[in-house]
Design a protein around this ligand. Structure first.
Ligand SMILES: *[C@@H]1O[C@H](CO)[C@@H](O)[C@H](O)[C@H]1NC(C)=O
Ligand SMILES: *[C@@H]1O[C@H](CO)[C@@H](O)[C@H](O)[C@H]1NC(C)=O
Ligand SMILES: *[C@@H]1O[C@H](CO)[C@@H](O)[C@H](O)[C@H]1NC(C)=O
Ligand SMILES: *[C@@H]1O[C@H](CO)[C@@H](O)[C@H](O)[C@H]1NC(C)=O
Ligand SMILES: *[C@@H]1O[C@H](CO)[C@@H](O)[C@H](O)[C@H]1NC(C)=O
Ligand SMILES: *[C@@H]1O[C@H](CO)[C@@H](O)[C@H](O)[C@H]1NC(C)=O
Ligand SMILES: *[C@@H]1O[C@H](CO)[C@@H](O)[C@H](O)[C@H]1NC(C)=O
Ligand SMILES: *[C@@H]1O[C@H](CO)[C@@H](O)[C@H](O)[C@H]1NC(C)=O
Ligand SMILES: *[C@@H]1O[C@H](CO)[C@@H](O)[C@H](O)[C@H]1NC(C)=O
Length: 425
């Protein structure tokens, strides 16, 4: 082992120790690392764009939340995930009151706590607001031992939900994980694409200060360094999946080139996709002069050059639910794809724009398929139907699938006759 590899391995042990120490803080069942089940599978249910806490002062606001909880319960009654990912915009913080803006977490996680399910969040632009702090959100999440959400990047501009989670084989017990006899089969990476507004900060003229809407460069560097540490420590490329609320510009470029209902099954109603760095100029200004500033290029370069990343899952665009294999240099892009799959999920909450039927993207990882860097995925709708079931494998993008029906539903108990503007608008 070279000196630098040794250094990386030592650093890796340190990173591991710190993350284990954090994970076991006041857990009621101490020492439950995330593991594949006895059958060698690990399923993830993505709940995204839940948008809790809209218009608490109108009757329909709380009604939306009651119906969103029902969506979560209906999905979990049909699926058996090992982990739930809350992929951003948990709360519409724009409507929050400073004194209690994180309170909606109680409703969101109740069905998960009841089922004793662990969860992990990647925060979205509506979680970063003047009255809602993502640091407070993380602190509130960590009141439950089921919360796997962390903050591993301390730099000032990083945002909050930047971390990774190792998923171990079933025979890996707490003790063996702590003793580092276990090698993760899968790594889950979570990124904070920020956006929204800075918490409790205004400029000289009293306007809220915006927050850049891309994965910060300090986080990209941490991603590259930590990926190298893990590869050196375990002497292998560990297959991985990534979660980030706002999609990268690659999804815009792919959509512009053409999304097919049979090769990228799903809804494609949000055209164009709203990507990271939207509304910013390349020179770092965002005074409505530019569509896109390119600040997500380093993140895309990392995603496409670090080995083993099978797919990246985003939310944000409620009307897009497809997955695309990015394996070329798409028109208008400097970064070329390497075969990574870019997936949207399904709008889960009754809050937030759009009436596409609510649901949740599922990811099924099996140890057998992981050897070929493949996973399966489908969308479970509130009605119980399954749509868009695909194999994210070597031939994805060339395999023919049935098109997804674009079903719309309305909140059954919400009366939208009276819409009172909030204090933030
Ligand atoms: C494992 O597979 C068996 C047979 O298909 C099934 O009955 C069982 O529920 C599975 N166990 C888990 C934890 O998924
Ligand atoms: C949050 O605070 C606001 C303003 O103080 C209050 O009107 C509202 O009832 C509180 N919401 C909850 C869920 O406690
Ligand atoms: C976990 O520990 C924190 C800080 O010590 C505490 O505030 C919180 O109530 C604890 N949570 C549980 C579920 O015990
Ligand atoms: C778990 O099982 C795998 C084979 O599936 C084996 O290589 C590994 O050493 C085992 N790990 C532990 C901690 O027993
Ligand atoms: C930044 O670039 C935009 C678009 O090219 C331009 O309108 C603006 O004046 C530039 N601002 C600065 C401070 O250079
Ligand atoms: C990829 O998955 C699809 C759907 O399960 C399947 O039809 C196809 O044969 C798979 N391709 C490979 C290379 O395994
Ligand atoms: C999709 O819509 C078509 C036409 O309305 C219908 O025949 C079909 O059963 C629907 N499929 C699903 C899976 O809902
Ligand atoms: C909706 O609210 C409005 C205003 O309060 C009321 O007039 C109307 O009857 C309500 N609609 C229903 C279906 O309850
Ligand atoms: C933030 O919360 C305070 C205290 O509840 C409230 O007065 C104010 O209107 C809220 N501001 C925004 C922008 O929502």
């Amino acid at each position: 082992m070279s000196r630098s590899l040794l250094y990386l391995a030592l650093l890796g042990s340190l990173v591991e120790c710190l993350s284990l120490a954090k994970r076991y803080t006041n857990s009621s069942t101490p020492g439950a690392p995330l593991r594949f089940n006895v059958n060698g599978t690990f399923q993830i249910s993505i709940m995204e764009d839940l948008h809790f806490g809209e218009n608490a002062w109108d009757t329909w606001g709380p009604q939306q939340d009651i119906n969103s909880v029902e969506v979560i319960k209906k999905v979990l009654d049909k699926e058996s995930p090992s982990l739930v990912v809350l992929n951003g915009d948990l709360i519409t913080g724009d409507n929050g009151f400073l004194e209690n803006s994180t309170i909606y977490l109680e409703q969101i996680v109740a069905p998960l706590v009841q089922r004793n399910l662990p969860w992990a969040s990647a925060y979205g632009n509506h979680d970063h607001q003047y009255n809602l702090s993502t640091d407070a959100l993380l602190e509130h999440e960590q009141r439950w031992p089921n919360a796997m959400t962390k903050n591993m990047v301390e730099s000032e501009d990083a945002g909050t939900s930047n971390y990774y989670l190792p998923i171990y084989p079933n025979n890996c017990t707490t003790t063996s994980a702590a003793a580092e006899k276990c090698i993760p089969e899968l790594i889950l990476w979570f990124f904070d694409s920020r956006g929204g507004f800075q918490y409790q900060k205004k400029d000289a003229s009293g306007n809220r200060l915006g927050l850049p809407n891309w994965v910060d460069i300090s986080v990209v560097r941490w991603f590259q360094q930590t990926h190298a540490v893990l590869t050196a420590k375990y002497q292998k490329t560990i297959p991985s999946l990534a979660f980030v609320h706002i999609p990268t510009y690659a999804s815009v470029a792919f959509q512009t080139a053409g999304v097919s209902p049979h090769y990228q099954p799903g809804i494609n109603d949000d055209v164009p996709v709203s990507p990271q760095a939207q509304g910013w100029c390349a020179n770092g200004t965002n005074d409505r002069n530019c569509d896109y500033g390119g600040q997500d290029v380093p993140f895309m370069q990392a995603l496409t050059t670090l080995p083993g990343i099978i797919a990246v899952f985003s939310g944000h665009d409620h009307g897009d639910t497809w997955c695309a294999k990015w394996n070329t240099r798409l028109p208008g892009m400097t970064v070329a794809g390497n075969g990574i799959n870019l997936c949207f999920g399904q709008h889960t909450g009754y809050g937030g724009y759009g009436n596409w039927e609510r649901g949740s993207r599922q990811i099924k990882v099996s140890m057998e398929q992981l050897r070929d860097f493949e996973v399966e995925s489908w969308i479970r709708l509130e009605s119980g139907h399954v749509v868009g079931s695909v194999g994210l494998n070597a031939t994805y993008g060339r395999d023919w699938y049935p098109a997804t029906n674009n079903t719309k539903t309305n909140c059954p108990t919400c009366n939208y006759t009276i819409v009172t503007p909030g204090p933030g608008s």
